[in-house]
Design a protein around this ligand. Structure first.
Ligand code: ATP
Ligand code: MG
Length: 364
């Protein structure tokens, strides 16, 4: 069986280091590993509109921002298909048919959707489109028969929902020869990367919460954000013992610091374990740790920012890449949709055998 990657992002803002740690960095590695037959990367504009219906300009503007972030990180249009969700109308058709396989109470139980409804103050009036976006996400994942979906932890309930739809669809419509493919989520290995917290210490760095370090941030912006970061409120004096739990600076170091960073910027410590031990013992100030984190992140983000600036010099080329990718994705979606419709017995005009059998029934 082919090994196929599908993943994507909502164009609700530029991408941040949470995306990078949670999914982007991994995607680039997988793309370059040569182990996958296809890589599809989707800009989920239709999904972004489910909670930004009154702000289409925001979604439109962020298409190119997200695409620039992709290219800057190393996603390569020669190896990966970069496309825009709304341009693949087949996804709407798939969503419509999958809706029959999911109950309202099942959607209501989705913990990520629950949290997002709260965050957006949607309790009293949830748009139907937003409520059902996990079903449209199943269409996104299944149209290309994706086997592997590299995502952050918040996406696990969506993959679970997709699996249920795949199993139900195959059981009901294609018991002998499955049409849809069961996808697997691929989470980052490091705990810190699964759900990177915001610079304010909130549970998740998220475009919607404004607590992000963006991949496109300038060196100064990065430094200012790091210096203002949430650490340990009990660590008032350098000599006080510090706490690591919920300490965002150390969580970011977990996600990004490598041994060679210590050699370059903080040679008095061999690795993060030694730094942590000193911090919890007392006698290590937050400013020193933040300066180290700043060095680490500047080193990681500078080449990305520079590549972004280069790609931004030819914006029409970015749209050209997305158009080509969308055309290619659409062909694949049309093929899957045709298999789906055949399995569901709604392929009336393609089934000459059936038309003949019906005509015979009437001739009797
Ligand atoms: P929004 O607030 O509009 O939902 P977002 O910041 O949550 O934006 P998404 O576009 O929803 O970003 O997520 C894209 C991908 O990035 C998903 O795979 C998601 O799991 C991952 N991701 C987003 N935020 C984080 C984070 N803080 N840590 C790890 N992964 C993340
Ligand atoms: Mg999100």
């Amino acid at each position: 069986m082919s090994k196929i990657i599908l993943t994507g992002d909502r164009p609700t803002g530029r991408l941040h280091i949470g995306h990078y740690a949670g999914s982007l960095r991994r995607r680039v590695e997988l793309q370059n590993s040569g182990e996958y037959d296809k890589t599809y990367i989707m800009i989920a504009d239709a999904q972004a509109l489910t909670d930004n219906a009154d702000n289409p300009e925001k979604v439109r503007q962020n298409i190119v921002e997200v695409a620039l972030d992709y290219l800057a990180c190393g996603l390569d249009p020669a190896k990966a298909t970069l496309f825009i969700q709304s341009q693949i109308s087949e996804l709407c058709e798939l969503t419509f048919y999958y809706m029959n396989l999911v109950t309202v109470s099942r959607l209501q139980r989705n913990p990520t959707v629950k949290a997002e409804i709260q965050l957006r103050n949607f309790e009293a009036s949830i748009p139907v489109g937003f409520f059902t976006y996990p079903i449209s996400q199943a269409a996104d994942i299944t149209f290309c028969k994706a086997t592997t979906v590299p995502v952050g932890e918040d996406q696990l309930p969506m993959i679970e929902q997709t699996k249920e739809i795949v199993h139900k669809f195959n059981a009901v419509y294609a018991p002998d020869k499955p049409v849809l493919v069961d996808p697997q989520a691929l989470l980052p290995e490091a705990e810190a990367c699964k759900r990177l917290p915001g610079t304010d210490g909130k549970a998740k760095m998220s475009k919607s919460l404004g607590n992000c370090i963006y991949l496109a941030d300038s060196a100064d912006e990065i430094r200012t954000k790091i210096m203002g970061m949430y650490t340990d409120p009990l660590h008032l004096q350098v000599s006080d013992p510090g706490h690591l739990e919920g300490n965002t600076v150390f969580i970011y170091l977990d996600a990004f610091a490598r041994r060679e960073h210590f050699e370059r910027y903080l040679p008095e410590y061999a690795d993060l374990d030694e730094l942590k031990a000193h911090y919890t013992r007392g006698g290590l100030g937050d400013v020193k740790v933040k300066k180290f984190l700043n060095n680490v992140l500047q080193e990681e983000l500078e080449p990305i920012r520079n590549r972004r600036t280069e790609f931004a010099k030819d914006i029409p080329e970015i749209y050209h890449i997305l158009k080509k990718g969308s055309d290619a994705a659409r062909e694949v979606a049309a093929q899957t949709l045709s298999e789906v419709k055949q399995a569901m017995k709604i392929d009336y005009f393609e089934d000459a055998e059936y038309i003949r059998s019906q005509s015979e029934r009437y001739a009797e």
